[in-house]
Each structure stands twice: as structure tokens, then as C-alpha cells.
Design a protein around this ligand. Structure first.
Ligand code: CP
Ligand code: NVA
Length: 315
């Protein structure tokens, strides 16, 4: 049985199948044949707020014939100190999958270690793999010219600006290595990629320096196919808001910075965006901004991930 806690939980040989299934689900939305979760209940355990992740999972489970069960952490005993391990074992007796959004990444690992149903990481402080698979699928939609979907990513360059130590930056470092892309990150030196992601790269067999970090945003976006940014104040970092905004402001994606990437570069953002902070409104509105395709594709990509995990759980 499979879990999806980090990008590399699917082997390179499995990626094409996941993206092809996402494409099929998108093309055939609502088609009655797509009932991969028929009769199942999948629980969402969320310790943080969410618009896209919650709605796309709830709608996706419903569209696959299943029943979504949303559990705010504080509405269940987990919020009052019941252990992660007991929660995993109890919920596994009731439901067919667990989708978890929390702070500490080890919490999803501990849940997965005890759960007897698939566990999906719906964002931790460390990683946001559902977003990265969605983003890759959104790039594939633009770039794939044949059935080698993953091949259309290979050799492409993504530039990630701003908070380069956040979950999205970590996940894109891992994702770029998995998909054979190049990644350059640019932000204040204080927010450079940290020891945790370097250790993860080594554990996965990728070289620890398999990304470029520079404090010069123009160097990072040079020759980039995608310019990507995320909020400067991630959930849980609100106390650092003033210092983050001050230090990260040179890394805002302005129209001028975006113009320094490739002529046909795409702008991407996982959303929610704070226009006027990490990105100018003009860039969000640029015809090469594909932020709402990204948001929509959460639904299709996550349906594919759930369908594959549900299949693995049957074996
Ligand atoms: N991109 C993303 O995960 O958005 P939400 O926080 O709204 O789920
Ligand atoms: N880095 C952001 C991503 C939100 C989808 C956060 O963790 O708040």
C-alpha cells in the first residue's frame, strides 16, 4: 500500500501514469466511469486553513464516487492530545484514506507509519507535494507535444523567488530533481534552502547541490521557463511578518523581473497571492500567468493521486 507524503513517493516510472490519469480525469470530468473511490470515505484532517486543497479534495472524492469527511483537528480528540498513532489506527478502521494538513512534517510520517489506509500530505511546514504534482501537470498541458508527458518537463528551468526556505520551495527543489528540471532559487540569504531539504536530497540519492541559490533575482530568472513565487508569510510564520516583508521585498516578482525570464516564460503561484507583496498585480494579470489553471488542476491531479493510491490499497 502506498502513501503520498513527498514528491518522490511515486517512482519515476510511475509519474507518466499519474499525469496521464489526471489528463483523462480533466477531459472526462463527471464521466460516470470514473468511480475509483465508489463506496469509500476519505477523511481530511486539517490543522491549518485552506481554500483550494480542501475544496479540490472534497469535490474530487465526491466525483470519484466517495464520501469526503472533513475533520478540523480541534473538532476531534487529536486536538486535545490523543496521539497521532492512536488516531491513525482508529480512523483506519472507519475510512479508506487520510488526507492531512498540518505543521510538523513528522506528524504525517507518524500517521502513515500506523495507518492501514493511504495517507496523503496536503501540506506541512516542510513539503506540499500535491501542489507540485499539480504544477507539473499544468506545465505538461502547455508543453507536451507527444505522449512522453514527463519528458516535456526535462531540462526546463524554474526560478523560485522570495521565501526559498518554505514548503513550496523545498517541494519544488525535490520535484525539479524528480522531473529532471533545473531550479534556481533567489531570496534573502537568511531564507536560503535549509539543512532539512539538503538532507532529504541526500536520502533520495540526489546531490545536495542539485539546485542553484543566488541572492540576485535577475540571475535566477535568466533563461527561466517558469517564474514561481509563494507568499512571504506562510501559515505559522505570522510572528515574523514584519521582518520577512522587509527582507523579501527585493524579490517581489515585478513586471520588470518577469520580463527578464524567457520571452515565453510562464508565471506560476500556488495561491493564495498577496498582490503588491510577493508579486505585482500586473504579473498576476499577464496572459502568461497560469495561476487559475494551476488552482483548477488541483482537482484533476489529486483525483489521479487518490485513484492510484486506492488501487494500491486493494492489492
Ligand atoms: N495552494 C494551496 O494549497 O491553497 P490552500 O491553502 O487554499 O489550500
Ligand atoms: N507556503 C504557503 C503555501 C500555502 C499554500 C503556506 O504554507 O502558507
Amino acid at each position: 500500500m502506498k502513501h503520498f507524503l513527498k514528491e518522490t513517493d511515486f517512482k519515476p516510472s510511475e509519474l507518466g501514469g499519474v499525469f496521464a490519469l489526471a489528463r483523462e480525469f480533466k477531459a472526462k470530468r463527471g464521466h460516470p466511469d470514473s468511480r475509483a473511490l465508489a463506496g469509500q470515505t476519505w477523511a481530511l484532517i486539517f490543522s491549518k486553513t485552506s481554500t483550494r486543497t480542501r475544496v479540490s479534495f472534497e469535490v474530487g472524492i465526491h466525483e470519484l464516487g466517495g464520501n469526503p469527511l472533513f475533520l478540523n483537528k480541534n473538532d476531534i480528540q487529536l486536538g486535545r492530545g490523543e496521539s497521532v498513532e492512536d488516531t491513525a489506527q482508529v480512523l483506519s478502521r472507519f475510512v479508506h484514506g487520510l488526507i492531512v494538513r498540518t505543521y510538523d512534517h513528522t506528524e504525517v510520517e507518524r500517521l502513515a507509519a500506523r495507518a492501514t489506509v493511504p495517507v496523503i500530505n496536503a501540506l506541512t511546514d516542510f513539503l506540499h507535494p500535491c501542489q507540485i504534482y499539480t504544477d507539473a501537470f499544468t506545465m505538461i498541458e502547455r508543453w507536451a507535444e507527444n505522449e512522453d508527458l514527463v519528458g516535456s518537463l526535462r531540462g526546463r528551468k524554474i526560478a523560485f523567488l522570495g521565501d526559498t526556505a518554505c514548503n513550496m520551495a523545498n517541494s519544488w527543489i525535490l520535484g525539479a530533481n524528480l522531473f529532471g528540471m533545473k531550479i534556481a532559487l533567489s531570496g534573502p540569504a537568511e531564507f536560503a534552502p535549509g539543512a532539512e531539504i539538503k538532507a532529504q536530497l541526500e536520502r533520495e540519492g540526489f546531490p545536495a547541490d542539485s539546485y542553484q541559490f543566488t541572492t540576485d533575482p535577475y540571475e535566477a530568472v535568466k533563461d527561466a521557463d517558469v517564474v514561481y513565487t509563494d507568499v512571504w508569510v506562510s501559515m505559522g510564520k505570522e510572528d515574523e511578518k514584519a521582518v520577512r516583508i522587509r527582507q523579501m521585498s527585493p524579490y517581489a516578482v515585478t513586471a520588470k523581473l518577469f520580463a527578464a525570464a524567457k520571452r515565453d516564460a510562464l508565471f506560476m503561484h500556488c495561491l493564495p497571492a498577496h498582490a503588491g507583496e510577493e508579486v505585482e498585480q500586473a504579473v498576476l494579470d499577464n496572459p502568461r500567468s497560469i495561476i487559475f489553471d494551476q488552482a483548477e488542476n488541483r482537482l484533476h491531479a489529486q483525483k489521479a493521486i487518490m485513484a492510484v493510491l486506492a488501487q494500491s490499497a486493494r492489492k
